[in-house]
Design a protein around this ligand. Structure first.
Ligand code: FE
Ligand code: ZN
Ligand code: FE
Length: 213
């Protein structure tokens, strides 16, 4: 990183996010296409439209500080999206893939929340009022997108992912698994870790998971 001043660092980070948003714009349609939950698919499609506006907003930020809009390869976002690609290649459409898509998209949102939080703060520190407003608006959208994914995960997707093994072959073998408490208001962390560990069990890799018999 060739930044020696806060202004240069600010511009570097803006370029990172400009590149990140463009990668997200490319990736979201493919992710939405694989979502089985209607609610999830429409949330992802809505966030795509928002993301296009966020890229435009970044161009306005560049201009507001007299810089040319330009991206610089965002290794972080590339890595997060690559992990999502792997999940999409390995899993069939269904509740487990939906849960994986949400997990991946929340990683995207958290990366963005961290970046825009810093950028908005830098803008404020340097007295770039317009830039601060624009970056703050995007920051709020990313937080809302993350929260919406939380709601979808909790209300629908993770529960279905948890139950999807019920009709499966491993039903008989597990005795006192957390699933016996399904239907109660379990914390999401529990639901997630259990669906995660189950889907990575050797049986989960057999390819029959998620299919009803
Ligand atoms: Fe974004
Ligand atoms: Zn990056
Ligand atoms: Fe986002």
């Amino acid at each position: 990183m060739a930044a020696h001043t806060l202004h240069e660092l600010f511009v570097e980070e803006l370029r990172d996010m400009y590149d990140a948003e463009k990668r997200i714009i490319k990736a979201l349609p493919k992710i939405a296409k694989r979502a089985q939950s209607d609610e999830l698919r429409s949330a992802l499609t809505e966030h795509l439209r928002q993301t296009e506006k966020q890229a435009t907003r970044l161009e306005q930020v560049f201009k507001s500080i007299g810089e040319t809009p330009r991206g610089k390869k965002c290794d972080g976002m590339m890595g997060i999206l690559e992990e999502g690609n792997t999940a999409m290649e390995e899993l069939e459409e269904g509740p487990i893939l939906d849960a994986a898509l949400i997990a991946g998209c929340q990683k995207v949102e958290h990366y963005e929340i961290a970046s825009y939080g810093t950028l908005a703060y830098f803008a404020e520190l340097m007295g770039h009022e317009r830039a601060k407003e624009l970056l703050g608006a995007t920051l709020d959208e990313e937080k809302a997108a993350d929260e919406k994914l939380n709601i979808i995960a909790k209300s629908e997707v993770n529960r279905e992912a948890l139950m999807s093994g019920e009709s499966d072959e491993d039903m008989e073998e597990e005795e006192s698994s957390p699933r016996s408490r399904r239907g109660t208001s379990m914390g999401m962390a529990n639901e997630r870790s259990s669906s995660r560990s189950r889907s990575s069990s050797p049986r989960g890799r057999s390819g029959s998971r998620g299919k009803k018999r």
